[in-house]
Design a protein around this ligand. Structure first.
Ligand code: FAD
Length: 444
């Protein structure tokens, strides 16, 4: 291990912040923390780990919610931080960024330019480009601009044996065989280490509007979404929020939302040409008498703050089980209603919220008042939820990934064949299984 320190900046006494994950499920065992400064150091670190058959875990902002950035095994691993890869190069219609650039830094760098990068999520103060690509992150604007994978023009990564794959030349056309760099999207650090990427940027909207309103039911929210979709305005975000989530915020000490705590509400962001935004807002004001329309950027941020603090409020209450699931969009209301009935006998509080426009719900279960988490069988409850998701043709992981937390679920919920084909790919890229062992494949 001492040789590592001759290859790149290395610490054997690893700071605690690299060892905890946001949900407090895993405590990592690191043999060392390495922070390479350039791509050749990454190559040398990987060649060394490959020769010595040492597990190595690429580490971004540490905000992953499925334990992919953790290594809770006694065997120990090398934690490879990409934080020195923080260069940002702004081009006409794209940016070239290092894998260690924090998302908020990228937004800041683009602030006074005509273009923006449309990835927004509550972890943007820490999540890095490498982590966002590796988890194919979603966030609140997927309905309009797609998820992280769709925003990547090309990526650069180092493979386990030190070879480089590079798709960052900025070519619009390049049909020279397999798109190896794109294999890194959603690979959760198991196929290579991302070092940089070229990302698409977009012209800023002429106008935008942020609206929060109570809504009768998830079905009414879906009907509203479809109606707006058939107009000329662009929908940048369409979030469903449950009354339980708003009440949890109050328990956690956050301000009351301007619409109070209705059973269901929606947070909508519209954008595009001024005339189309104005027309849509006028129509919505007629349909949603209790709606609150942000009058300026500060009020927009306040409305978004309500949505963004729901995960913090959830943590304050303490979930029995959390589920990041996707369903065919038109089945979301049916799922919510059927699950209400199925779970009624278990005496729970359910906070179902999320990106309705993407069919993505965060379906989280909490103890009822006066009861504790330990009074419930979390595994049994999760099984009921996932079974229903699969039965309705949905996905057991919408945007957070599989990591370690869901590795055993792949086979259990009908993804056995996919997992086996992924295993073939993994063996081709990383025959000694040094890159993030335990992620996707629970057998190490
Ligand atoms: C409050 C909060 C809100 C969130 N909201 C959302 C949301 O709305 N949508 C969403 O999709 N996610 C969300 N997340 C989850 C998380 O922010 C994303 O998964 C994010 O993409 C992780 O980025 P990171 O840099 O923190 O990666 P890490 O947590 O450091 O790592 C995540 C995975 O990526 C791999 N990885 C990291 N860097 C590299 C690299 N350079 N090369 C190869 N592999 C790498 C790691 O090995 C690991 O498997 C949220 C998390 C929190 C805490």
């Amino acid at each position: 291990m001492k040789r590592l320190a001759q290859i790149a900046p290395t610490e054997f006494d690893v700071p605690e912040r690299f060892s905890v994950d946001p949900r407090g499920r895993y405590q990592s065992h690191w043999k060392a923390l390495v922070r390479p400064r350039n791509i050749s150091e990454v190559q040398d670190v990987l060649r060394y780990a490959n020769d010595e058959i040492l597990p190595i875990v690429p580490y971004g902002g540490g905000t992953g919610l499925v334990g992919g950035q953790c290594f809770p095994h006694a065997r120990g691993a090398i934690c490879l931080s990409l934080e020195h890869f923080n260069e940002i190069e702004i081009n006409a219609d794209n940016v070239r960024v290092g894998a260690g650039v924090v998302l908020d830094q990228l937004h800041l760098a683009l602030e006074n330019t005509p273009r923006h990068f449309p990835m927004h999520l509550a972890s943007s103060g820490s999540a890095q480009i490498g982590g966002l690509i590796s988890t194919n992150a979603g966030g609140v604007n997927v309905i309009r601009w797609g998820n992280m994978g769709g925003l990547v023009m090309g990526a650069q990564a180092v493979l386990a044996d030190g070879r480089i794959v590079d798709g960052t030349a900025g070519l619009r056309k390049d049909n020279t065989g397999y798109k190896l760099d794109r294999m890194m999207i959603g690979a959760e650090g198991t196929l290579g280490v991302l070092t940089s990427a070229r990302l698409k940027t977009f012209q800023r909207d002429e106008a935008k509007a942020v609206i929060m309103s109570s809504i009768a039911s998830p079905q009414a929210a879906l009907d509203l979404l479809c109606e707006i979709q058939s107009s000329l305005v662009e929908i940048s975000a369409f979030e469903l929020i449950s009354g339980e989530g708003l009440r949890f915020r109050l328990d956690a000490g956050f301000d009351v939302a301007p619409i109070g705590c209705p059973d269901w509400s929606v947070l909508i962001e519209l954008g595009g040409m001024q005339v189309n935004v104005d027309e849509a807002v006028e129509k919505l004001a007629g349909q949603l008498p209790n709606a609150v329309l942000a009058q300026n950027e500060n009020q927009s941020s306040k409305l978004w703050h309500i949505r963004e603090t729901i995960p913090l409020a959830n943590r304050h209450i303490g979930a029995i089980a959390s589920h990041d699931i996707a369903l065919p969009i038109d089945l979301v209301p049916q799922f919510v209603m059927e699950m209400d009935k199925i779970l009624k006998p278990f005496d729970l509080r359910i906070n179902a919220f999320g990106h309705l426009g993407d069919g993505n719900l965060h379906y989280n279960l909490f103890p009822s008042h006066g009861r504790a988490k330990k009074d419930y069988n979390a595994e049994k409850l999760s099984h009921i939820v996932y079974q229903k998701v699969v039965e309705m043709g949905g996905s057991i992981s919408a945007e957070h990934g599989i990591g370690r937390h869901k590795a055993l679920m792949m086979e259990k919920y009908g993804l056995g064949e996919k997992l086996s084909a992924m295993g073939d790919l993994k063996r081709a890229f990383d025959p000694k299984n040094i890159l993030n062992p335990g992620v996707f494949f629970s057998k190490m």
